[in-house]
Design a protein around this ligand. Structure first.
Ligand code: NAP
Length: 280
């Protein structure tokens, strides 16, 4: 029998030890934070909403489909009754909608401290086959939207002691992964926006990081992964030999939001099952 069984548990000095430990626990939770999550109604964005809610943050959710967004809002509000969960339908490809999101936040008087730029999309094509409209639309949503959301959020974030932005990039912004050049270019630029803002806004107390996922199982990736031959090829290039789950990206994003990550800024964290470092 170990000592705990005879001397009792948690032990004589538990009071003072736990008090010390609780200070560390504060670094691993998000109570008092309000997070704006774009593309929060499905996939990675939805998993981020659940993860941040579980850590105590209030949620401001944005996506286009009003009905689905409201369903998600109600579900999250029911599951996490100790936080505020509010939602606003907007198409973040459009500047007037981005402005409307921040008018809404101003009207709420919500003290925004976290921004997760997750909304993104792709219309893959070979370089010679893109229509100008399609490749510009990819940039508008994946890059210019995040750029503008960061700028619009800055006046709010700067007022909070532990503010953070996390951009959802992609391994396609680091290496060729058959997504089409426009998507890869937009994500590479998003990674660089992350590094530039981290440097520019460090003295404003705003940390800026990104995650770069490889294949994650969501509605968006499902059609490609439904092809068994293609799936095998993907798994052959993935040391962990499986597709990632949205919750695994959400955990990385949550970490980058936490006070525990207070000395981390300007990083692009691959969430890729080892894909990027898998040589021959
Ligand atoms: N899944 C992967 O394998 C993977 C890998 C690397 C990177 N990523 C990146 O991860 C992010 C999320 O991807 P996902 O797979 O989770 O996508 P998803 O399952 O398709 O979900 C996308 C979310 O964004 C919203 N959305 C789409 N367009 C929008 C717009 N114009 N304005 C506002 N909201 C919009 C969608 O809701 P509505 O349709 O209602 O607007 C939905 O909530 C993207 O930036 C993507 O590039 C994904």
């Amino acid at each position: 029998m170990g000592e705990a069984a005879t001397s009792g548990w948690p032990g004589r000095d538990a009071g003072s030890k736990l008090a010390g430990m609780n200070n560390r626990i504060d670094a691993w939770q998000l109570q008092g934070h309000t997070a704006l999550i774009t593309g929060a109604s499905k996939g990675i964005g939805y998993a981020v909403a659940r993860e941040l809610a579980g850590l105590g943050a209030n949620l401001l959710l944005v996506a286009r489909d009003d009905d689905h967004l409201e369903q998600v809002r109600v579900e999250l509000a029911d599951d996490f009754d100790h936080i505020e969960v509010l939602a606003f339908a907007a198409d973040l490809s459009m500047q007037e909608d981005r402005l409307a999101v921040f008018d809404w936040i101003a009207d709420l008087g919500a003290p925004l401290s976290l921004l997760v730029n997750n909304a993104g999309g792709n219309t893959p094509a070979a370089v010679l086959e893109y229509s100008e409209r399609d490749y510009r639309a990819i940039f508008e949503l994946n890059l210019f939207s995040a750029f503008e959301m960061c700028r619009l959020a800055h006046p709010q974030l700067v007022q909070h002691a532990n503010a953070a932005i996390v951009n959802v990039g992609s391994v396609s912004g680091i290496t060729h992964v058959r997504t089409g050049a426009a998507y890869g270019m937009s994500k590479a630029a998003l990674h660089q926006l992350t590094r530039n803002l981290a440097a520019e806004w460090a003295t404003d107390g705003i940390r800026v990081n990104a995650v770069a996922p490889w294949y994650i199982r969501t509605q968006r990736s499902e059609p490609a992964l439904a092809d068994d031959e293609y799936l095998d090829e993907v798994l052959d290039h993935t040391p962990l030999r499986r597709i990632g789950e949205p919750e695994e990206v959400a955990a990385a994003i949550a970490f980058l939001c936490l006070p525990a990550a207070s000395y981390i800024t300007g990083q692009v964290l691959a969430v890729d099952g080892g894909f990027l470092n898998y040589g021959f």
